[in-house]
Design a binder for this molecule. Structure first.
Ligand code: DX5
Ligand code: ZN
Length: 218
């Protein structure tokens, strides 16, 4: 069973609560929350206040993707705001293992994100310590970009390591996921799929989620 995680980045922020309820009722598995600081990525989005505000709106896991420099400074705030998963970029962490431990110390599931150019080897020594690896299939910063297919072999590489080492890890894909691109990623071993524009830019969100899921489970 694959999981679909609509990204609220493409939702209507003037009615965020309703937007989240709509995808929950429409069959979403997780809610993906994109946090950007204007330094690590060229865009600014939301902070812990919004995570706290949406926490009571949904019973789905909140998957908080931190696209920020020095994430250690904000992990406590996002944890207390109600994040279920916190993912940090390998490229943004000088002491990745310490950051992972910090996330875990607040009872939150830690994950690591790899930009399109970052090799799987960079995280091979922390795989036992995390619950999730997130592969960026666009350059982080904006919704609605084109899927970068050269990332797919990295997904397969990790999925082989997971089997070999008998790890229990979710493998998540973020960026450009549609009913066209999901199949390749499922084949490569991914289990969770972020979809921003492919869900929220559609009138019927339930139908959009169903369409992506069906394409992934084919
Ligand atoms: C990009 C974000 C994504 C974004 C995906 O920096 O991390 O989560 O919302 O949007 P789509 O699905 O439109 O590519
Ligand atoms: Zn994201």
């Amino acid at each position: 069973m694959i999981k679909i995680a609509p990204s609220i980045l493409s939702a209507d922020f003037a009615k965020l609560g309703e937007e989240i309820k709509e995808v929950e009722q429409g069959g979403a598995d997780w809610i993906h929350v994109d946090v950007m600081d204007g330094h690590f990525v060229p865009n600014i989005t939301i902070g812990p206040l919004i995570v706290e505000a949406i926490r009571p709106v949904t019973s789905l896991p909140l998957d908080v993707h931190l696209m920020i420099e020095e994430p250690d400074r904000y992990i406590e705030q996002f944890a207390k705001a109600g994040a279920d998963y916190i993912t940090v970029h390998e490229e943004a962490c000088r002491h990745l293992h310490r950051t992972i431990q910090l996330i875990r110390s607040f009872g939150v599931k830690p994950g690591v994100v790899l930009n399109p150019h970052t090799p799987v080897e960079t995280i091979q020594h922390v795989l036992e310590d995390i619950d999730l690896v997130l592969f960026m299939t666009v350059n982080p910063g904006f919704g609605g970009q084109k899927f970068i297919s050269s990332v797919v072999p990295k997904v397969k590489q990790l999925s082989d390591i997971v089997k070999e080492r008998n790890l229990s890890l979710e493998i998540e894909i973020d960026g450009g996921i549609t009913s066209e691109t999901i199949g390749l990623c499922v084949e490569a071993g991914a289990t969770v799929f972020v979809a921003g524009s492919a869900v929220y830019n559609q009138k019927d969100r339930a139908a959009a989620i169903q369409k992506i899921r069906t394409a992934g489970e084919k």
